[in-house]
Write a protein that binds this ligand. Sequence first.
Ligand SMILES: [Zn+2]
Length: 287
Amino acid sequence: MLVSAKEMLTKAKAGKYAVGQFNINNLEWTKAILLTAQEMNSPVILGVSEGAGKYMCGFKTVADMVKAMIDELKITVPVALHLDHGSYEGAKKCIEAGFSSIMFDGSHYPIAENIEKTKELVDTCNKLGLSLEAEVGAIGGEEDGVIGGGEVADPAECKMIADLGVTMLAAGIGNIHGKYPENWTGLRFDVLAKIQELTGTMPLVLHGGTGIPADMIKEAISLGVSKINVNTECQLAFAAATRKYIEEGKDLQGKGFDPRKLLAPGVEAIKATVKEKIELFGSANKA
Ligand SMILES: [Zn+2]
């Protein structure tokens, strides 16, 4: 069923595990993630970036597809449909379209403006029973070029945003979106511990989950991370499996060109990735 992310993340924080946010790009992606979460009896968050929303013909198309799929596939585990890195305008559109969770990323604004805009969305989301993720400071990524250390948030600013009453908080602790550079210096557990100390029971969000070693993920969870975003890893798994199918000439055999056959290995690869992450994050059987 489609729910806000609040209850699943409160439980995760208390139970010292994390719920995965897996970004979706199309019907196959969505189906693969929902079926795997159900099979693993795990809560799950479907992430939709503004670009992916546009690609899938708008947020309403996405929300209607997800709701229909939950119904048709008889998905009983808690599912949150979440806007990923939303703009202020994008957040409003997703609220209208029927999303159950919103991320407003005001990290590129000066802190005062981030606070002001986040505060307004806290009120709107609270009234509607939606969960809201806010972000402090920029998290590094490909668009910033290669930065070995990633971006790091200021714990005092994290407390200011947390105190607005958001549901969960994303803060840079040396994590990076996309593939990690070879000279990456690792997660800043000292900063994470400080943020956790100041924000108490607030579920913390780790972005850029692809390629962070398992032991670092586990340590981050032990220090209060209760939501981990995975996007690139599913894309790499899908692409590799599709490449293999075509390179082996399977699309040229019989009806191998049928999109339902052509996309099947990629879907299985996404399922395997999601399963592996659910096991690592510890959310299996926590639905
Ligand atoms: Zn992110």
